[in-house]
Design a protein around this ligand. Structure first.
Ligand SMILES: Nc1ncnc2c1ncn2[C@@H]1O[C@H](COP(=O)(O)OP(=O)(O)O)[C@@H](O)[C@H]1O
Ligand SMILES: [Mg+2]
Length: 247
């Protein structure tokens, strides 16, 4: 069963074609990793999947249901998706625990007690239980991003969308964030993620897609796309990543 199918997606911003006939299939329990230079369309693709950006052509299916249909209930679709962005976007005026339980209580109508129990067990699991009552500004960037991931999975999404979640972090904090994602992958959470961390991409990806100008130029297992790229554009990109010291 495929969690996600993106078919012939086209997206323009004015006359700038940002996603060009792009297709993608994500089987359940797998991770698809998007790599590519800045501006290649990774964030736009994730935003289109989450219905944050409108699309110009093509279709998107979640669990076989077309979510790009104009008649779809957008809020209901978003309830099945978890998304974490590059910038830490926790609610600053709420404690860690309230950040995590807000959506389960308000949107998913779970009882307050149950939402708190589930949130605390996630916080314990990821070594953040002692931060439950703190406000986000008291946490390190890595801790904030771990809370953001916990918040996104507290609603038990069908698919997790992660957009360069370590790009704003101090290098020493990157691993504590990526290790949560590795854990979730091992548990079988389906995900699509954009990253510049090629080592991490190699560890979690079932499929790596290299994007350029809104097209998937090369796709396959990390052992091909990252370790032995076939396409000259992928080779050029990885060479530049390598020179920047991220490979
Ligand atoms: N809201 C927007 N309005 C206009 N152009 C945008 C907007 N968001 C992204 N773009 C353009 O879309 C292209 C792809 O951007 P993006 O999806 O952010 O790429 P990436 O995440 O791979 O860096 C870029 O040319 C960018 O300038
Ligand atoms: Mg981006």
């Amino acid at each position: 069963m495929n969690v996600l199918e993106v078919k012939n997606l086209r997206k323009c911003f004015d006359d700038n074609l940002v996603l060009d006939d792009l297709s993608l299939t994500v089987p359940d329990h797998t991770a698809t990793v998007l790599i590519g230079a800045s501006g290649s369309g990774k964030s736009t693709l994730l935003r289109c999947i989450n219905l944050l950006d409108s699309i110009d052509d093509g279709s998107i299916y979640l669990d076989g249901r077309e979510i790009s249909d104009p008649g779809i209930d957008v809020d209901e679709v978003r309830r099945s998706l978890g998304m974490v962005f590059q910038s830490f976007n926790l609610f600053p005026h709420m404690s860690v625990l309230d950040n995590i339980t807000l959506s389960p209580i308000r949107v998913h109508k779970i009882s307050k007690a149950q939402a708190r129990d589930e949130a605390m067990s996630l916080l314990r699991r990821f070594d953040l239980a002692d931060k439950a009552d703190q406000f986000p500004d008291r946490l390190s960037g890595g801790q904030q991003q771990r809370v953001a991931i916990i918040r996104s999975i507290a609603v038990k999404p069908r698919l997790l969308l992660l957009d360069e979640i370590t790009s704003s972090l101090d290098p020493v904090l990157v691993n504590e964030v990526l290790s949560i994602v590795r854990d979730l992958k091992t548990e079988g959470m389906a995900m699509v993620l954009a990253t510049h961390e090629m080592g991490f991409a190699t560890q979690v990806a079932d499929e790596v897609c290299f994007l350029k100008n809104g097209k998937i130029v090369e796709r396959g297992p990390a052992s091909q796309v990252i370790s032995a790229p076939q396409h000259v554009d992928t080779q050029d990109f990885l060479q530049r990543v390598h020179e920047a010291g991220r490979l």
